[in-house]
Write a protein of this length. Structure first.
Length: 340
């Protein structure tokens, strides 16, 4: 089968960053399904894994957002049949979706939304799982208690990114007041479209802007940007018994005692945890994506596609990585699958 990947970690400016080649077609066994990939999307995890690739000459296939058609199923598969149209974010410890075919565990896969084409569907799994788990698993927000949540607020740092775009919508569904950050006219317009109640500029001091919007503190803070940059102000803004969640690693050590007097809590969210450690509740991602598909088909959740780069080729993939690394992408970059 054809696949696009790399053998050596190079800068995104290198025109030979990625190559397309033929690799062995995998066989579905156990809980694995073999998916013919019809649409893919890119995420920051792609360029982070690319940058950190070992210089061992091994061919690495990236890509952890996909939609496609089930080609074959393993002997333990119970959830899918050949021909099913599915979507998923995959497992960062396994070969990615920038290929014609991909193996993925059925427990982190669901039937894709009927109303979306494959490329558009591929924009949603990773970011939706991340936002969902951050708020409903880590922050323990009861998404069914809309009336009880009214009057509570969440600050979403970098609201125009893929995760922020979904988090705004999920928070609004749960009844929360959403304060989202954005700094450019186009990103301000985007987060407003996603449903943010208040938009503030993350390039300016946040505390004064949150207070200026009428909030002395917020019950929840979700950081989808640089943890190091926002740690102190997040601890300052979170309400007593509130919760801070970040999806980005901290490069520096931080004073967690800033949260002690408030009895506030802090969590990381990493959507690959369940698949990476084969946790007993892996199937929760199947359930989550199934529910999200119903929300999309019922027009309750907006898609977050920013730009379609067309067929997936080594050059189009390099350009997508460059745009992601620039920090100027709005929404998700998607592809229609491998080019000829």
């Amino acid at each position: 089968m054809k696949a696009i990947g790399l053998k050596i970690a190079r800068p995104v400016t290198d025109e030979n960053l990625f190559e397309q080649t033929d690799i062995e077609t995998p066989t579905a066994t156990g809980h694995d399904i073999l998916v013919r990939v019809k649409g893919v999307a890119v995420n920051p995890v792609d360029f982070k894994v690319r940058r950190g690739k070992a210089d061992d000459g091994a061919f690495k296939v990236l890509g952890w957002d996909a939609a496609g058609v089930v080609e074959a199923v393993g002997d333990k598969v119970m959830l899918f049949n050949k021909g099913d149209e599915v979507w998923y974010a995959g497992d960062v410890t396994r070969p990615g979706s920038n290929s014609e075919l991909q193996l993925v565990d059925e427990r982190i896969v669901a039937l894709k939304p009927k109303k979306l084409d494959f490329a558009t569907a591929a924009a949603l799994p990773l970011t939706t799982i991340t936002a969902w788990e951050a708020m409903f698993d880590r922050m323990k927000i009861d998404r069914t208690a809309v009336s009880a949540n009214q009057g509570k607020s969440i600050l979403i740092i970098n609201g125009a990114g893929g995760v922020g775009s979904i988090a705004i919508q999920l928070a609004k569904m749960a009844g929360l007041t959403v304060i989202a950050t954005a700094s450019r006219p186009e990103t301000i317009s985007w987060v407003t479209k996603m449903g943010a109640d208040h938009v503030i500029n993350h390039r300016q001091p946040l505390k004064e802007q949150v207070e200026g919007a009428g909030f002395a503190a917020v019950e929840y803070v979700l950081c989808t940007s640089e943890t190091d940059e926002y740690w102190d102000v997040m601890c300052d803004l979170v309400a007593p018994q509130g919760h801070v969640v970040t999806i980005t690693e901290a490069k520096n050590n931080h004073n967690v005692d800033l949260l002690k007097a408030k009895s506030a809590s802090f969590s990381y969210e990493f959507m690959f945890t369940r698949s990476m450690f084969q946790t007993g509740d892996m199937v929760e991602q199947h359930k989550l994506l199934s529910e999200v598909a119903a929300l999309v088909d019922g027009d309750a959740l907006q898609v977050t596609t920013g730009e379609n780069f067309g067929a997936l080729t080594p050059e189009s993939l390099r350009k997508a990585h460059a745009l992601l690394e620039s920090g100027k992408a709005i929404g998700k970059i998607i592809f229609d699958g491998l080019g000829a």
